[in-house]
Design a protein around this ligand. Structure first.
Ligand code: SAH
Ligand code: SF4
Ligand code: F3S
Length: 453
């Protein structure tokens, strides 16, 4: 980083270099982009949202579904125009797609405008690789390796001042049969708990009020560490930090969500009453082929347990329709689970074939029309449940955290309830960053509307 800063300093005629960081995918990628910006900041870059003005464009990509991949590649293709207009522009391609061999090959052959490709586990090497591109003027590809390390002490430049994404572990060992993540993010490894608690304390001291601990399966935090700690223990320690703030976490794998975790949540006011617990399918047969490690009944029992400890907990989930071989009866089991579970929110995905995963070789007999029909039925069912769940809040006064502006003149503030529900709030901009009492007036399927009291 110092070397690159030096390169720019040597050339006193040069303007401050500008970088544009474009992020796709999940919160883990958002967090990685904050590290990329932190490193760029130390190298002397400033930031722009204008692709033509940028000296450096970093595309942080997602590989989870085919449409995510197509969108990224379409946008990278369009960068041939910015590069033509500004030949000195450097384009870097990173994130999960940079660890998919077929995609890397495509970039190498057909996307000549891309100068640098590096896999997500090699994020810490970004300054060194960029330095090579700047000084050696060739293309640099580093897409293999870096499985086991956790790099600490990297600079982070956060997007917000109220909410913070906070990775506590990397990778995934679960190998759900449809999922690319373990193949691109490598083996699961946890960060040292003392480092995590220190950083959380600093975030609270800096005024952050809403901290989300991130991992593909936070419930297996601590496995492989020398210290004797699990996720419930880590959460307890984070909640012991002094100050007015909330701790959330995602994602929880149902097979590992424990009674101990629910107890720790219930015992601390700082643990948000929220859990995202993806169920993926309501059919035991499909769950088994997915390699999820629980049944329909096991899943429902976890929900019941969580609600026994915290009757007001908000529960959200993910579901996949059209997994290879999913029959109408399997799908009915999924509908039945949704009926019973009464989720506060549900993210619905159509199965997408990911080459290299076990499911990619399973026979897919469900037609695309049928998948879309099932998808629409799920959405319709969940929308009616979400309306009902949101409707329960109308007329109530609740504490919400104002985390930003909404852009809507009638409800200029964006806020979250303790359970993580989105609230459009009517109140003054000076409230951003504070917990306020809000009276809920009406709702739609995705959010609540409220007046500050
Ligand atoms: N680690 C998290 C999920 C990360 S991916 C967990 O296990 O809960 C987020 C969601 O994308 C998953 O929960 C799943 O519902 C969906 N997903 C993953 N792979 C997919 C695929 N190949 N096709 C469709 N949806 C997929
Ligand atoms: Fe993918 Fe399963 Fe790991 Fe989640 S737990 S990232 S769905 S393999
Ligand atoms: Fe996408 Fe990678 Fe996240 S595949 S969902 S960005 S872990």
């Amino acid at each position: 980083m110092a070397e690159i800063r030096g390169l720019f300093a040597e050339n006193s005629q040069a303007k401050t270099p500008l970088a544009y960081v474009d992020t796709y995918g999940c919160q883990q990628n958002e967090a990685d982009s904050e590290t990329i910006r932190g490193m760029l900041d130390e190298m002397g870059y400033e930031f722009t949202a204008d692709e033509f003005a940028a000296d450096l464009i970093v595309i942080n990509t997602c590989a989870i579904r085919e449409n995510a991949e197509n969108r990224v590649l379409g946008n990278v293709g369009a960068l041939s125009h910015t590069k033509k207009a500004k030949p000195s522009q450097i384009i870097a391609f990173c994130g999960c797609l940079a660890a998919v061999p077929e995609t890397v090959e495509k970039i190498r052959r057909s996307y000549q405008q891309v100068d640098l490709v590096f896999a997500p586990n090699l994020l810490w090497m970004f300054p060194e690789l960029l330095c090579r591109v700047l000084t050696e003027k060739g293309r640099v590809f580093l897409t293999d390796g870096g499985d086991g390390a956790v790099a600490e002490g990297l600079p982070v430049k956060r997007d917000g001042t109220v909410k913070a994404w906070f990775p506590i572990m990397y990778g995934c060992d679960n190998f759900c049969s449809y999922c690319i993540v373990p193949h691109v993010r490598g083996r699961e490894r946890s960060r040292d708990s003392a480092i995590i608690v220190d950083e959380a304390r600093r975030l609270v001291a800096d005024g952050y009020k809403d901290i989300t601990l991130l991992g593909q399966n936070v419930n297996s935090y601590g496995v492989g560490l020398d210290e004797d700690i699990n996720f419930a223990g880590l959460l307890r320690r984070a909640c012991e930090i002094d100050g007015q703030f909330l701790v959330r976490f995602m994602t929880s794998h149902p097979k590992d969500a424990s009674v101990e975790l629910f107890r720790v949540m219930a015992e601390s006011e700082r643990a948000a009453r929220q859990i995202h617990l993806p169920f993926q399918s309501g059919s035991d047969r499909i769950l088994s082929v997915m390699n999820r490690g629980y049944t329909h009944e096991d899943y429902m029992a976890k929900l019941t347990q969580a609600r026994e400890f915290m009757p007001d907990i908000a529960i959200t989930s993910d579901v996949i329709v059209g997994f290879p071989g999913e029959t109408e009866a399997d799908f009915e089991d999924t509908l039945r689970l949704i009926e019973k579970a009464r989720f506060d929110g549900l993210f619905t995905f159509i199965y997408s074939r990911r080459p290299g995963t076990p499911a990619a070789d399973m026979e897919d007999t469900v037609t695309s029309e049928e998948k879309h029909r099932r998808f629409d039925r799920l959405i319709e069912l969940q929308n009616s449940i979400s309306d009902e769940q949101h409707g329960k809040h109308i007329g109530k006064t609740m504490t919400v955290l104002v985390d930003g502006e909404s852009g809507d003149a009638r409800y200029p503030l964006r806020a979250r309830t303790n359970g993580g529900r989105l609230v459009h709030l009517n109140g003054g901009l000076e409230l951003v960053g504070s917990f306020v009492e809000a009276k809920i007036t009406h709702c739609n399927s995705w959010s609540l509307f409220a007046e500050a009291v």
